[in-house]
Design a binder for this molecule. Structure first.
Ligand code: UDP
Length: 237
């Protein structure tokens, strides 16, 4: 059976890389994610990755850090490059060819972000990791994921999380909450379901980019998603 998607953008949160730690990186999680990604590359899927930075630094709370918002946001973007280097390293250990491109120039560790070059890498079967978010403060890595996915013409954004999809209510608070298999952008907005921040979400909606929210921590799930099995929640028109 052929994969359902030819090109995907996988969005991973920084926090997922902590595993059971309170901070930083868990080598077990990195190795597991690398193996999951390798399994879809083996199916011929072209994979781009945007990774968050929340496990190292989140810039948004000036009140707690005393660091002004824009400055903190740049620090958060640098954190995503550290995570990108970590996942790159884990994937290369697993035998997957990768390139890291950064929206903030740091030529000793990453290529600068060049859209056409990224697409060329993908065509050659390399996994492309996009670091430093959008390169702009006041944005999130979800927005970077949506933006890059649209730019490189990915068919779908795969949002790997710790929950297995979008629910009618918070399943941890409401035992009657049920999971959507499929939902429209409009319904997410009218029901006030938080899939991504509004900037990221509207970018997907306006460009008709489907989002699949799924549990990245269940081994084999990523492959099921790209093979078209019913996993998680699909958000589309
Ligand atoms: N960030 C930013 N612009 C971007 C992407 C990220 O300023 O385009 C900063 C922002 O401060 C954010 C931090 O980088 O809090 C880490 O990213 P995010 O919180 O999205 O990571 P995640 O929650 O996925 O770990």
């Amino acid at each position: 059976m052929a994969a359902k998607f030819k090109r995907v953008l996988l969005k991973l949160s920084g926090e997922s890389l902590m595993g059971d730690n309170a901070f930083g990186l868990d080598p077990k999680v990195l190795a597991q994610y690398a193996a999951e990604i390798k399994s879809i590359v083996a199916e011929g899927v072209e994979v781009a990755i945007v990774i968050g930075g929340g496990n190292i630094y989140r810039g948004m709370n000036e009140a707690d850090t005393g660091i002004e918002r824009a400055q903190g946001d740049y620090m958060g973007m640098l954190a995503t490059v550290i995570n990108g280097m970590a996942i790159q390293s884990a994937m290369e250990k697993a035998g997957v060819y990768t390139r890291l491109q950064s929206a903030i120039k740091m030529e000793s560790v990453a290529e600068p972000y060049i859209r056409r070059r990224a697409m060329r890498h993908l065509e050659k079967g390399r996994v492309v990791i996009f670091g430093a978010g959008t390169g702009n403060p006041y944005f999130t890595t979800d927005t970077a994921g949506s933006l890059r996915a649209i730019e490189i013409k990915a068919e779908v954004i795969l949002k790997g999380t710790r929950v297995d999809g979008i629910y009618t209510a918070d399943p941890e608070k409401d035992p009657t909450a049920t999971k959507y298999e499929q939902i429209s952008y409009q319904e997410c907005i009218s029901k006030n379901l938080k899939v991504m921040d509004m900037t990221a979400f509207t970018l997907c909606m306006e460009n008709n980019l489907p989002i699949i929210v799924f549990d990245m921590n269940t081994p084999g799930n990523l492959k099921k998603v790209v093979m078209g099995e019913q996993v998680g929640t699909l958000v589309s028109k």
